[in-house]
Design a protein around this ligand. Structure first.
Ligand code: CTP
Length: 467
């Protein structure tokens, strides 16, 4: 039989008995116990004060446990045995139409379960009393779990207007668990989708990231599209849809292609930012699309325009403007480079340049490029993969020889300034670039002596002599 196993339950049980109140495990922990998933946090509901109960349980464990109290929300939590345990008094809640601020009153367990988002999240297990350990399932959550269904306990219009983020959560759980959303609930999302606009971008992105990290993100992304939610935070993705045909020539549907690439990456990596790069790698195709009578459809510079769009999208979604953003931009910008390499004869200098530009992210870039091959023609796929294998080999050889990852040229700006008695200036930049380019092009070796000679020659061209 499935059981709640964390040691906090038994202690909470004893304390609840001593205080003569009822305590229940609820929400995610109960759902995850039945699904055999690992839960992050534990939620405990008591009929009475959640804060007082949390303090009593903490005291029973150890006088040193620090309890964080959130008076405004009537909740308290502490960390015990690597788990956040949160306590709340059972409540009735309703929200005003124009705000997320709830009007909260004390309630019964039934009231508390009524106001939860989905039937699979509205299960409770009593921690004490005669029903201890027997699941309370008022809305058929166990059956829905069995049938793999997401359904709201109450009229979905009420559940979603209480908290519109739940529309994103419905899709997120469906995507994480491989569940479907029942038609009644799904239609309510379609009706209420515009209410997503009152939800902060951070909370939307939190849910969206969980969808991207789910086993098959396309499942969730398609649900977001069909529910009408995607247009409120990532309309650029919708613009990738469709095939245009001119003179009998079409191009691939970039939306379907993108989802295929995302799913392929999600199968082999749980690097959220690599998945974002897959999602946005062709994002500028619609805006760069042209039809050329001779060659057909082109998307010139979509990698460059795309990397700029990544910045705008991250900014609009209040996502980090840090090295994660730079990483996604870099992969989008470079995503055509490895394949371009195999189309020409692979020169050492082109490989060196790619290594220099990609740095430590070269392996992720290669993963993205291989996933980018979604042709249905097995011969073509075979040829591309064989070519990528050649590029990988070449990358390894050159890396072995030149150690170009995170490479710095053997002469830096400081040495140039000291040699010629210069301050920071245009000349220093010119000489530095000349040295770097000569090494990347293989004109000189990657060592200090040759770089020094070149520095003297380049400086002389600028009329500079060593001090
Ligand atoms: N809940 C809700 N509406 C929300 C958020 C949460 O009804 N907008 C309820 C659900 O009953 C949920 C519980 O609060 O099970 C805990 O929420 P949370 O910790 O956010 O999610 P979990 O269900 O635990 O899932 P996960 O840990 O995967 O986020």
């Amino acid at each position: 039989m499935k059981q709640l196993t964390h040691p906090v339950y038994e202690i909470a049980s004893q304390v609840a008995d001593e205080l003569g109140i009822s305590a229940y495990a609820v929400g995610g922990v109960v759902r995850d116990m039945f699904l055999g998933r690992k839960s992050k946090d534990i939620d405990i509901v008591v009929v009475g004060s959640g804060i007082a109960f949390a303090q009593a349980v903490a005291k029973a464990i150890s006088p040193h446990i620090e309890v964080s109290v959130f008076k405004n929300f009537g909740t308290a939590r502490f960390r015990y045995e690597n788990t956040e345990v949160e306590f709340v008094g059972a409540r009735k809640e309703s929200y005003r139409a124009d705000s997320r601020k709830p009007v909260v009153e004390d309630g019964t367990l039934q009231d508390d379960l009524n106001r939860r988002d989905f039937t699979v999240n509205a299960l409770a297990i009593p921690l004490n009393g005669p029903e201890k350990g027997q699941v309370i399932d008022c809305f058929g959550g166990l059956q829905d779990m069995n049938d793999k269904l997401i359904r709201t306990p109450l009229d979905p219009d009420i559940t979603f207007s209480d908290d519109p983020l739940r529309m994103m959560r419905a899709v997120r759980f469906a995507s994480q668990l491989g569940f479907s959303i029942v038609p009644e609930t799904f239609e309510a999302i379609q009706r209420n989708a515009a209410r997503l606009e009152i939800i902060s971008k951070e909370r939307i992105v939190d849910e969206f990231n969980k969808i991207l990290l789910s086993p098959q993100p396309s499942w969730g992304i398609n649900l977001l599209k069909d529910a009408g939610l995607l247009q409120y935070f990532l309309p650029e993705l919708l613009n990738l849809q469709g095939v245009e045909v001119v003179n009998g020539r079409g191009h691939k549907d970039n939306y379907l292609h993108t989802l295929e690439v995302v799913d392929k990456i999600a199968r082999v990596s749980n690097n959220l930012w690599l998945i974002w790069a897959a999602l946005l790698h062709d994002i500028a195709k619609p805006v760069t699309k042209r039809y050329d009578e001779k060659i057909g459809w082109t998307f010139h510079s979509h990698e460059f325009v795309g990397s700029k769009m990544v910045g705008k999208i991250f900014n609009r979604l209040k996502m980090p403007a840090n090295e994660k953003l730079k990483y996604v931009q870099k992969l989008v910008l470079l995503h055509l480079r490895p394949i371009a390499l195999v189309e020409d004869i692979i020169t050492d200098s082109a490989v060196r340049r790619l290594l220099f530009d990609a740095g430590d992210d070269i392996d992720d870039l290669m993963m993205l490029c291989e996933a980018d091959v979604t042709s249905k023609n097995p011969e073509k796929v075979k040829r591309f993969m064989a070519n990528f294998a050649k590029v990988r080999k070449k990358l390894e050889d050159i890396e072995e020889k030149d150690r170009l990852r995170n490479w710095q040229p053997p002469i830096d700006g400081l040495e140039i300034m000291e040699t010629f008695g210069l301050g920071p200036s245009r000349e220093v930049g010119i000489i530095k670039t000349a040295i770097r380019e000569a090494i990347l092009d293989g004109v000189i070796g990657n060592n200090h002596d040759e770089a020094y000679q070149l520095m003297l020659t380049e400086a002389a061209k600028l009329g500079l002599q060593p001090r």
